[in-house]
Design a protein around this ligand. Structure first.
Ligand code: NAD
Length: 299
């Protein structure tokens, strides 16, 4: 594989995360061949300086590798194994990096099919949100063939800073789902502390500052606490995506007979939020569930 080819990257899925990651690949000097099913996503890619393509096959043509950043398992399966997909139209370097959060079981099945065709699939989900995607500081958890990981690592380094190969196919998704399980339960803990502190009449901004200096400190309290205290439900990692991730956690846990009561409880609360029309809000909107339970809906 020539150096010139290694600079051409196919990118599929230019949503909230994908467009920022594309910008960083371009900044790092790569040529990006971008494809999405939504016209405004393609428009954003054009404005960013990517070469916009009209199909998955066109995005993969002459590319060293291809990155997918799609909503859920069915979309990745369609792009990889569906008609006109990457199995039939692999990139030259025969590596696909799926950076979406999807089912580890599905990753392993896809990886086995692709391997038989001489193509490596790395599962490389991320943590850090749109801000991490924008600043190229994502945490990236990679599962799959170690040699393919070494070849792909320089590309991943344009999008993240904490990059680890955590095991064989599916291991990256498994670590990501453990991350999401902790995110959900931790956010619930912050909601409960805020609900209790508020009902007691303490200064919540000061309470947050104090707690950040002690053993209850957390990323959720630090980054999402101000929005929760200020009643801002809007921006951030969407509740719909969180529910998808918690569903994947539940499926994995069931397949391994691991009881996760915390996951079941927080999933129910996110379902309540979605039923109140908050699926498009940031995941900190979980605090609204507590507002309702405390009869503070108008707060
Ligand atoms: P998004 O919905 O904003 O973007 C997904 C993009 O994929 C959309 O532009 C959509 O049009 C496109 N798409 C869907 N089906 C397609 C297909 N068949 N072919 C081509 N394009 C297709 O989602 P996002 O927030 O960018 O998240 C992407 C993935 O990253 C998800 O799995 C999510 O769970 C994960 N993730 C998101 C965040 C976050 O904060 N948003 C953080 C970490 C991980």
């Amino acid at each position: 594989m020539s150096v010139a080819n290694s600079q051409v990257i196919g990118f599929i899925g230019l949503g909230t995360m994908g467009i920022e990651m594309t910008r960083n690949l371009l900044k790092a000097g790569h040529t990006v061949q971008a494809f999405d099913v939504v016209p405004h996503a393609l428009q954003a890619a054009t404005e960013a300086g990517a070469r916009v393509c009209s199909s998955v096959a066109e995005a993969a043509k002459d590319a060293f590798l291809i990155v997918t950043m799609l909503p859920d398992t069915p979309q990745v399966q369609e792009v990889v194994l569906g008609e006109g997909g990457l199995y039939a139209n692999p990139p030259q370097g025969r590596i696909i990096i799926d950076m979406s959060t999807i089912s580890p079981q599905a990753v392993r099945a896809m990886s086995a099919t692709l391997k038989a065709g001489g193509i490596d699939l790395l599962d490389a989900p991320v943590s850090g949100g749109p801000q991490g995607a924008k600043s190229a500081t994502l945490t990236i958890m990679v599962g799959g063939d170690a040699a393919a990981y070494e070849r792909a690592r320089p590309i991943l380094a344009a999008m993240g800073t904490t990059i680890n190969h955590v095991g064989s196919s599916g291991a990256g998704q498994t670590v990501k789902l453990c991350n999401q399980l902790m995110v959900g339960i931790n956010l619930q803990a912050v909601c409960e502390a805020i609900a209790l502190g508020r009902a007691s009449g303490v200064d919540l901004a000061q309470m947050r500052e104090v707690l950040l200096g002690g053993s209850a400190a957390s990323w959720m309290l630090d980054r999402l606490g101000p929005a929760m205290i200020g009643g801002d439900a809007s921006a951030g990692f969407r509740i719909d995506l969180m529910l998808k991730d918690l569903r994947l956690v539940g499926e994995l846990a069931q397949s391994l007979s691991v009881p996760l009561p915390g996951n079941a409880l927080v999933t129910t609360q996110y379902m309540e939020a979605k039923a109140h029309g908050e699926g498009g809000n940031g995941n900190q909107a979980l605090f609204k569930v507590y507002d309702r339970m405390c009869n503070r809906s108008a707060a």
